[in-house]
Design a binder for this molecule. Sequence first.
Ligand code: UD1
Ligand code: CA
Length: 452
Amino acid sequence: MKPDFIILAAGKGQRMLGNQPKVLHEVGGIPMAQRLLNTIHEIKNSKTIVVIGDQSQKVKNKLKVSKKTAWVKQKNQLGTAHAVKTALSQTRPGSIVVVLYGDVPLVQSKTLNKLLKLASNKSLAAITFKAENPRGYGRIIRSSRNQVEAIIEEKDASKAQRNIQEVNSGMLALHSSVLKKLLPVIKNKNAAGEYYLTDVVGLARKSGISIKPLLLENPSEALGANTPEELQELERACQRQQALRLVGAGIQVADINRIDVRGSLSAGKGSFIDVNNVFEGSVVLGKEVKVGPNCFIKDSVIEDRVTLKANTVIEDSRVGKGCILGPFTRVRGGTTLESSSELGNFVEANRSKVGRSSKAKHLTYLGDATLGEQVNVGAGTITCNYDGIKKHKTKMADNVFIGSNTSLVAPVSLGEGSYTGAGSVITKSVPKESLAIGRARQSPPIKRKKKK
Ligand code: UD1
Ligand code: CA
């Protein structure tokens, strides 16, 4: 089968308020139309045609597409049927055409494959769902024998028809030859003065094509967003969908209503995600990772058996197997932590490498630092990496021990097994296996004067 997907993304989205093209509004951190493109990518032999119009260049620049994508421009937005017509020349002969609306982004490839199976040169398939509040959607008109007869847009519906709860998702599939035959017949004599694609259903039925509805049990895949309020609901539905996917893959999620994935998150079996975590960009969690409450993780890889305690923030970094971070640790700037290393409360690591089993457990800044294995960094240690103009590097070889409250004035290196006295300001490199102390000596005791 050759499925041709047409994504309608030309509309102005006036009801959304603001100036952004509607299909670029993000849901779960990804533009709505991009979600559809990603989903179509999972379907075999698919071709995609994106209909753009309003701020077309902006839409084109923002969306990442595969080679099998064609763009067509709809100059004037005369309605959804008119939009599909502009894409017709790009469809392949004998294909099944699936129309998707750029503002209905949560459909899954499994559902689209089901839809495709229902369509042929003798049948048209359409996804419908029952909406608690059907406002704004086209209503599905069924005959007394429960056959789908037509779709009536809300503006054109009678009072009785408006009470119908089964609505049109907008997603439909039909043979390209049927589409080519019926599109020219659609008129714009309706309340909106638009060419409605939904009219194709009634017309198909009249010409002997059977209508096969795919009534979704879970309507979240078919929700659309015309207004900022609907966008909010779509966001929640998207988050719930992603959380349930994690749960289905063997990940324990403390509360599926309190997790936000703004991009893509994958996690290995046996991992646990506590409440109020935000994952942004591309995040990979290994197996048996524990994420405590209130963490923020962006574009990072967290390997197997890592424990992230509450309020850990990680950006653009890699955390090796078995590391323990937090509470209140911040890791960023391409930092890598080798296995079993530990960073504790109020420790920041930036553009640094931390070797296996090394530790900095309290109140420390590691900037442009390279730590070997089994290094111990005492509380209150600071790498003074910035002289106001340039950044400089600090190197600590294996088994270095840094006394509490040491300032390491970079560039500086500490040889294997060396150590520093607490409160030192280290400005010169330290040879291996030696102690460096750089602090004022305590004066002999001075007798305290008595109050008169
Ligand atoms: C549409 C359906 C309605 C359905 C609902 C589902 C029609 C006539 N109505 O209504 O039955 O229940 O979606 O969410 O199809 N677009 C273009 N060019 C145009 C007009 C629209 O590309 O000339 C695009 C829009 O950018 C949008 C999509 O088509 O992505 C749907 O248009 P919209 O105006 O949002 O239709 P609805 O009123 O939501
Ligand atoms: Ca819409």
